[in-house]
Design a protein around this ligand. Sequence first.
Ligand SMILES: [Ca+2]
Ligand SMILES: [Ca+2]
Ligand SMILES: [Ca+2]
Length: 214
Amino acid sequence: MNRLDILTNLPIKVHSIAWGCIGLVVGVIIGVLTCAARSIRVSKQDFVELEDLNSDGSPDSELVYERGFLVRSQSDRNFDGAPDVFQWYERGVVVRAESDDNCDGVIDGWISYRHGEMYLSKYDTDGNGIPDLFLYFEHGVTKLLAWRPNEASKPTRIEVYEAGLKVKELRDKTGGGAFDTVVEFDQFGLPVLEKSLIPSLNVEDELRRLLGQK
Ligand SMILES: [Ca+2]
Ligand SMILES: [Ca+2]
Ligand SMILES: [Ca+2]
């Protein structure tokens, strides 16, 4: 099964049966309702909410509830008919998400949440399905960005953020597997200082240190 069909299957089956049974008799009513959110109930506690976000008559967002709790959702952000962001919930709180940010039908973003806040997101930038870019957050605000091409254990570059603003970059310019250069940035994102690091920094140790890990 295509990953993008996982969420689609149950809701759409329910959806199709429901519409098939309703038939043309209430077609006019359906036309009026398509611009608003609507629910398809399997039971009192299990149901699907559909929303037509761009008012074109087709739902773009689905929220699936089980035993009264939101368990998963999907949305079509560019309104091309294919969902491109998926979220999973535990007791109604989002715990992870996947996204297809270039809308080619293949997932390229993986987001993890803690207490409902994003704390790590990974992105595949070269289209081979393996994440290359790792973004870490603190209270939902960007804290650190690490380039780890195809999940390489050693980052090739780290960007350090303060209050969501990039203040520093650590680079391995010589390709020796250690950070040998630091670049500092001003409040407007312009580099103001570049200097060599002597001795160079162990990239794994530095990543752990910056993340507050031992
Ligand atoms: Ca889409
Ligand atoms: Ca994609
Ligand atoms: Ca990749």
